[in-house]
Structures are given as C-alpha cells and as structure tokens.
Design a protein around this ligand. Structure first.
Ligand code: NG6
Ligand code: CA
Length: 508
C-alpha cells in the first residue's frame, strides 16, 4: 500500500483569485442516497414520477454518463469532497457510526476551496465521512468533523439512517441532548438491559432481513448498539422535514453572501420510513414513497430559492452517492412491490456492484438562465466537480488531485470530458474508457445478501456499454489488443492499488 499521507494534496497550495471573478453563484450539491439511474423519471422511467428532480434535468444539463467513483457511500462522498480517488485511502470504506473522520484536517477539500473563494459553506443531512478522532464522546463537542474540513455550518447524521447513534449532530454537538441521559455507542457489544431486535422483537414496527438486529430506535432495529440520549433520538418519519428546515435556515442566513451547500438526502436508503404524507404515494411501498419524499424535498428547495429571489444566481447539482438496492437488510417489501420498475434503469448490478449499475448514477446540473437544457453523454464524475468549480472561481488547485476540470462539460457546452475513469466497488476496481468497461477478475460470490450482482468475474472482461448497455456480453476475446491496452492503462492509473485477491466485505 502507498504512503497515503505523502500522497495527499494539502491545503497550503490553495488560493483563489475569485475577487476578479464577477460571478460567484451559490452552489448547492444535492446528493441522494442509493438513488438509481432508473429511480427518476428524467431518464425515461415510466414506473416512477419525480417532477421536481426532473425539472433540474429537463431545464438543465442532464448527464447520461454521470458517475460516482464508488458503489457505496463513504468512498463516493470522499471523492466528491476531496477530489481524490477513494481507493487511495484505505479508510474510505463503509463507516460505522462511531468511526473517526477519514479526511485529514490538512487535506485539500471542496468546502475549503469554496471558503478560500469567499463562500460560506454548509453541510446538511447525511455525512458518513466519520466524526472525531476515535472513541467519540457524544456528550461533548465532537471534533474534528465537518468544520475542520471546511464547513462553517453543519447539521448531520453521523453515518447512515440505519446506524447508531440515531441523533442529529449540529456543529459538532448532539441536538437536544439531555446531559442527565448521556449517549453511549458500541459497535461490538450491547449495553446491559438495552433492547435489541433479537431480545425484543415485539418492539419492532419494521423487521430486519439481514444485519440490522442491534439496538431498536423508533421501532426500527439498527446497526450498532446505543444507550441513552433518549430525548435526542430522531424520528425517521420527520427527518426530511427536519433537514429541509435546516436547509432553508442556512439559505435565509447566507443568501447575501455566496454560499456553498452540501445537502445529503437520506432517501431512499434503508430504513425507508417516509413521513405519513408520502405513505402510499406509489404502489412500490416504502422505497417508492421515500423517493417521492426526496422529490418533495427538492421541490421545497427550488420553491424556497425562488421565493428568496436567488434562483438565477444558484447552481444546483443533483446526484446520488451510488447505485440502487431493493433489499438492503429490512423486510420493507421493496423487492416484492417493485413490479416492472427497474431502479438501475436497466444497467447491470446496483449498489455494491462493479457492474455499471453500481456507479452510473443520475447527474444533473441546473443553473437557471445560464445552463441551457441539454442531454449530455459526456463522461463525467462527481469527483471532477471540485476542479471544475475551482476553474469557474479561479481557485488554485494543489498538485496531485485526481479531480479534473470539465467545467464546460458540466455547464453543458461540450460533450468532451473524461476519456476514462477508475470505478470502485467495495475495494474492487474496474475501468471505464470511452464506451468500454474493463473488469478485472475477482474472487467472491456472484451476489451478496441484497441479491445485487457484485461483478466478480473469472477473467479480465470487456463490455461495450454503448452497444450492450446491460453488459450481457463479455467481448474480450474479440478485442485482445484493446483489452491489453485498457489493462495497461488501468494498471498505470491504479499503480499498485489493484489487487486481484480483494474480496468485497461480506454483509453481516
Ligand atoms: C451495509 C448495510 C446496509 C447499508 C450499507 C451502507 C448490513 C447488512 N447492510 O453494511 O444496510 O447500511 O452498509 O450503505 O448491515 S451506504 O449507502 O451508506 O454505503
Ligand atoms: Ca448510499
């Protein structure tokens, strides 16, 4: 493994000439959680209707080849936030709720770059990049965290909505904590007398399918054990309302200054417990309804920007951290009720997968009056946003970033962007180059407990995703020279990080 610290581009090199840049639009990144390419109607799904998200797609640049770097949340968000390939950081894998911050405090980050360009920065919603320095004490201000990596304001869930502690953390402090009922968290052993899904199944309003049988909060079993903090615990059904109010509050406070807002939607990640206003809005059960709730959140945000009169001066980037999954460990009927809905929009695989459905996600850039409506097939990755926004603002970027400047592509004025991209799924790597995807062989099972195909193939394989979008035919044997070329490019780019013996981490 490489010496990671040595590789990290540091902040000292960052500067900004944005005083000379006349336009400093607000920038909002909305990142949904596990929303697939087929989960928005903008790409043609007829089984779901997402009018507010579609508005961004139809009135902005709608990317048909938009990528997350990774098929799971933490590494994907790490790349977006740092402009670095996550597989270069051994800690960038699905984090527990008590994991320490995985971004070095001296490291260059997107929010720090925005700060250096005169922006006020905020992070609201899902975090999943770790908090604190290990052995987190949830009863005092937690640091380092969002603030130390460049967010002036933050209101977050530490990890995922299925992991303890099930509390909101605002600027490093647990919201509504009663000091006489301190919070304790443990990912290995339960606290004596605390109910779990195993000891007290009668307390459950949602059942688990795999994993998710530890502490029960709000009738929902979680990953990890938690004690105390009873008054501070969130109610899943209110989470969307809670965060959109925080979003509006942040915008209201900073509408005069340019602001950068990272809004991490928790939908449609498990547990899917939308507010009762959305229950039954689709025939697909909680997963479909959670997507409706996410669409509503986007609508609320757009309406609010209009009301505040700042829509024209705000770039909105919408995407998802990784591909979709139906059964991610709760018996919520998502698979049974999906009907003809294809969450991945026909792409092979989904969350956790090295097949295209793992990382090929919805991506839209909306800037009223500035970005013309266009469907773009440019190959772009969320990791490139930092260099591209940096270019727009005249920021000086440090050496050694993996992020590349494709500002014109993001603005929809050219379809020339990435020639290639290394993609990652639970430590395993593959390579997209042009219309081709090259997948190295990996050991391990064909599917994990979710039922999603993982993309563990026996040999180096080659797919043309233009003519064979569903990756049904490995055509490596027909194109030996191309395969060799892509292998060499891949080995060069991954420079020692590719290991054929990596197995995806099993879901417990
Ligand atoms: C898995 C969880 C899954 C989800 C995922 C992270 C089990 C069995 N499964 O380990 O439910 O939480 O981690 O999802 O525990 S992500 O979108 O944040 O990457
Ligand atoms: Ca996710």
């Amino acid at each position: 493994m490489k010496n990671i610290i040595y590789l990290l581009p540091t902040l000292s090199l960052v500067g900004c000439t944005s005083q000379q840049v006349e336009e400093k639009p607000n920038v909002i990144v909305i990142l949904a959680d596990d929303l697939g390419f087929g989960d928005v109607s903008a790409y043609g799904s007829t089984t779901i209707h997402t009018p507010n998200i579609d508005r961004l797609a139809h009135e902005g640049a709608c990317f048909t080849n938009g990528y997350a770097t990774s098929a799971t949340s933490t590494p994907s968000r790490y790349a977006l936030m740092t402009g670095m390939y996550p597989w270069k950081n051994k800690d960038a894998k699905i984090l527990s709720g008590d994991a320490p911050l995985i971004i070095n405090e001296n490291q260059f980050t997107l929010p720090k770059m925005m700060q250096s360009c005169g922006y006020v920065t905020g992070a609201i919603g899902k975090w999943h990049l770790g908090m604190g320095a290990g052995n987190v004490n949830w009863n005092t201000t937690i640091k380092p965290g969002a603030k130390e990596i460049g967010f002036d304001y933050s209101c977050l869930i530490a990890a995922t909505n299925d992991r303890v502690p099930t509390v909101y953390v605002e600027n490093g402090d647990v919201v509504g904590l009663d000091p006489s009922d301190p919070i304790e968290v443990n990912y290995d052993t339960n606290f004596e007398g605390e109910p779990t899904a195993i000891s007290n199944p009668e307390m459950l309003k949602m059942n688990w399918a795999h994993g998710h049988h530890n502490s029960i909060v709000n009738g929902i079993p979680r990953i990890g054990y938690m004690k105390g903090g009873k008054k501070a615990r969130w109610k899943d059904e209110d989470m969307a309302d809670y965060f959109i109010e925080k979003v509006k509050g942040f915008i209201a406070e900073h509408k005069e200054s340019p602001f950068f807002l990272y809004y991490g939607l928790h939908q449609p990640h498990v547990p899917r417990a939308p507010h009762e206003r959305f229950v039954g809005k689709t025939s697909m059960g909680p997963r479909g309804d959670a997507i409706m709730e996410a669409d509503w959140c986007v609508g609320e945000l757009l309406t609010y920007l209009e009301k505040e009169g700042i829509m024209e001066n705000t770039i909105i980037i919408f995407s998802s951290d990784n591909g979709p999954v139906l059964n991610d460990g709760y018996k919520d009927g998502a698979a049974e009720m999906a009907g003809s809905h294809s969450p991945s929009g026909g792409l092979r695989g989904g969350k956790y997968s090295l097949f295209d459905g793992g990382t090929h996600i919805p991506l839209f850039v909306y800037w009223k009056g500035k970005v013309q409506p266009i469907k773009s097939d440019a190959l772009v990755c969320q990791m490139d946003l930092v260099a591209s926004l940096g270019d727009m603002l005249g920021a000086t970027l440090p050496e050694g970033l993996d992020s590349r400047n494709y500002l014109s592509a993001f603005m929809g004025t050219t379809s020339v962007a990435r020639e290639n991209l290394v993609i990652e799924a639970q430590g395993r790597l593959a390579y997209r180059s042009g219309d081709w995807i090259m997948m190295p062989p990996y050991k391990g099972s064909q599917r994990n407990l979710t039922g999603n195909e993982l993309g563990n193939l026996d040999e180096f394989s080659l797919f043309n995703v233009k003519s064979d979008r569903e990756q049904t035919s490995n055509v490596a044997a027909m194109h030996p020279e191309l395969l060799e070329q892509l292998k060499q490019e891949f080995f060069t780019q991954t420079d020692g990080f590719y290991r054929s013996d990596v197995e995806e981490e099993p879901l417990k």
